[in-house]
Design a protein around this ligand. Structure first.
Ligand SMILES: Cc1cc2nc3c(=O)[nH]c(=O)nc-3n(C[C@H](O)[C@H](O)[C@H](O)COP(=O)(O)O)c2cc1C
Length: 179
């Protein structure tokens, strides 16, 4: 099915605490696998997502600088945990705590990437929403994506420095606080 651009409806969708939303991509971030939970929560059919870039579920409330950090981290061979709000095909949104890792073959060669996502706790989402709103506001003041990412990344770095935390430590401090 061909769909036109999805408009966010403001309706939030959740999933069960024991469920995992899983997807795998090639080296360019094109989907090679999506599990049943991914398809149910994102409201896409499998043939609509396989081979598509992962930004098919990108929500406009996500700061560009978080994805820039994600790709920088993955390309350095590291894993990353991140709070992400995604946009489903029907316009609903859903928050996840994603664990994204490089996938290596048996020889240790990088062949793609893998993401496992769990439902995040509400207190963490409330804090992250505020931070992401500020970062997106900064990005909107810049014409080019490159300038937008530079400005919001600088703000993120300053915020984290003020807390004395890396993004990873920040993610876990939020998850821990409400656990
Ligand atoms: C394994 C993996 C999983 C990803 N999962 C998501 C996701 O759930 N939502 C999302 O918006 N982007 C995800 N991305 C990042 C996208 O590739 C992309 O960088 C992001 O959507 C921003 O797209 P844009 O730069 O075209 O705006 C993922 C990337 C990888 C490698």
């Amino acid at each position: 099915m061909i769909r036109s651009a999805v408009r966010p409806t403001g309706v939030e969708r959740t999933f069960a605490p024991d469920e995992l939303i899983v997807s795998k991509t090639d080296l360019k971030g094109r989907l090679t696998y999506a599990n049943d939970v991914f398809l149910r929560v994102s409201a896409f059919d499998e043939d609509e997502v396989i081979g598509k870039p992962h930004n098919i579920i990108r929500h406009p409330a996500m700061p560009r600088c978080i994805f820039a950090l994600l790709w920088e981290t993955l390309e350095a061979g590291d894993e990353m945990f991140a709070y992400v709000v995604n946009l489903a095909a029907d316009g609903a949104h859903y928050w996840v705590l994603a664990h994204v890792t490089p996938s290596l073959d048996e020889r240790g060669t990088l062949v793609g990437y893998h993401s496992n996502r769990r439902v995040p706790d509400r207190a963490a989402v409330a804090t992250i929403e505020q931070l992401y709103r500020r970062l997106v506001d900064i990005e909107k003041r810049h014409g080019s994506p490159k300038e937008a990412i530079a400005a919001s990344s600088a703000q993120l770095t300053a915020d984290l420095a003020a807390r004395g935390q890396s993004y990873d430590e920040f993610v876990w401090s939020l998850a821990g606080a409400a656990a």
